[in-house]
Write a protein that binds this ligand. Structure first.
Ligand SMILES: C[S@@+](CC[C@H](N)C(=O)[O-])C[C@H]1O[C@@H](n2cnc3c(N)ncnc32)[C@H](O)[C@@H]1O
Length: 339
């Protein structure tokens, strides 16, 4: 299915078959500042997880709550606009999505709404049967790892089914040495068939202790230098929190870089139906519940203060990439590494 959306200064095209999306402004060279309706929703379908990773920013446990299928459908209804249609894709997270009792029903329902379901998983429940079952429905799957030792054979079940498989590598002070080896190509044998290796900036939230946050030191600068050397078998990518560092310390083509899109092109919704610009939002002023407001009201009106607040923050750095950067994370000073 092809999805098109056009308004003043904003154009979007998405192909649900290939996952390919294009976005442009008044002309192809211009980047729009925001979307009239989000393109992507990051939805936590539970905060239930049995793995107990000691870095989990959501502090997910066996006691974590679960979004019911009825609530999930209600969220998808909220995300359907009379004027703009529905969103293009969801990124399902949690908790552990594969431990949600209605996971299969959730991805099928998402497709029925014309939305591409993607999800992230710790990978422990991947089986050949499961991957064959989800193949007709899912867009891409990301398997989270905090060390190369987490790259499990189970990931091959996804690859063998032809499912676009990404690795989400948590980049912390602890994992930086391995990240350097990954970029040097030393672990290429583990990356065969992987669509993309995405480095996620470690966040000091939930069980994620601040002591493991990245530090802007020589080792990180060495990592940054390797980003441009391209010895890694997989395509590499970064989360939006790392973009200010990429812009400041590398010559990455700005056309390949999307600064933080939260609250501008994407949105986060948790299992209790709280809507926030992103999953790391720790400022209660920018959290609104779908039982109280419609999504349309939240996107168009309630998030105005958040966007105004963001545009009031000026970066004092002398940096020639300023016009391409939305600035460093506003929630955690530990993530303001470029400063
Ligand atoms: C909370 S997990 C939930 C989904 C699923 N259980 C998983 O492991 O992918 C969502 C994403 O957050 C990442 N994550 C967890 N703790 C983090 C932290 N302290 N900093 C940055 N990313 C983190 C995980 O690697 C995963 O990609």
């Amino acid at each position: 299915m092809k999805i098109r959306r056009h308004s003043e200064g904003y154009n979007f095209f998405g192909d649900t078959g290939t996952g390919c999306t294009l976005r442009w402004g008044n002309d192809l060279k211009e980047d729009p500042s925001m979307a009239p309706w989000p393109e992507l929703a990051d939805i936590s379908i539970s905060n239930y997880c049995t793995k107990g990773c000691d870095f989990c920013y959501r502090n997910s446990t066996r006691d974590g709550s679960i979004m019911s299928l009825t609530d999930y459908k209600s969220v998808l209804n909220h995300l359907k606009s009379e004027r703009w249609g529905t969103i293009f894709q969801v990124a399902l997270g949690g908790g552990e999505p594969l431990e949600h009792p209605d996971f299969i029903e959730i991805i099928k329902t998402t497709c029925e709404y014309g939305i591409v379901p993607n999800f992230t998983t710790n990978g422990i429940h991947l089986t050949q049967e499961l991957c064959a079952e989800i193949k007709p429905y899912v867009g891409a799957v990301a398997v989270s790892i905090s060390t190369v030792r987490d790259i499990d054979e189970k990931i091959n079940y996804l690859i063998e089914e032809g499912i676009k498989t990404n690795l989400h590598f948590i980049l912390s002070e602890e994992s930086l040495d391995e990240a350097i080896l990954l970029l040097e190509g030393k672990y290429n044998k583990y990356l065969e068939g992987i669509n993309g290796l995405i480095f996620l900036t470690y966040k000091p939230q939930g069980r994620g202790e601040a002591s493991r946050c990245l530090i802007n030191d020589e080792k990180l600068i060495r990592f940054m230098a390797l980003v441009e050397e391209d010895h890694c078998l997989a395509r590499i990518g970064f989360d939006a929190c790392f973009v200010p560092m990429l812009l400041r310390y590398t010559d990455t083509n700005v056309d390949y870089v999307d600064s933080c899109e939260c609250g501008y092109f994407s949105i986060y919704i948790d299992e209790k139906m709280n809507v926030k610009p992103c999953s790391f939002t720790n400022d209660e002023r920018f959290v609104f519940n779908l039982r109280e407001y419609t999504f349309e009201e939240i996107w168009n009106n309630k998030l105005r203060d958040y966007r105004a607040y963001l545009s009031s923050i000026t970066c004092s750095l002398k940096c020639d990439k300023k016009s391409n950067c939305r600035g460093a994370c506003i929630y955690y000073k530990e993530l303001q590494l470029c400063r």
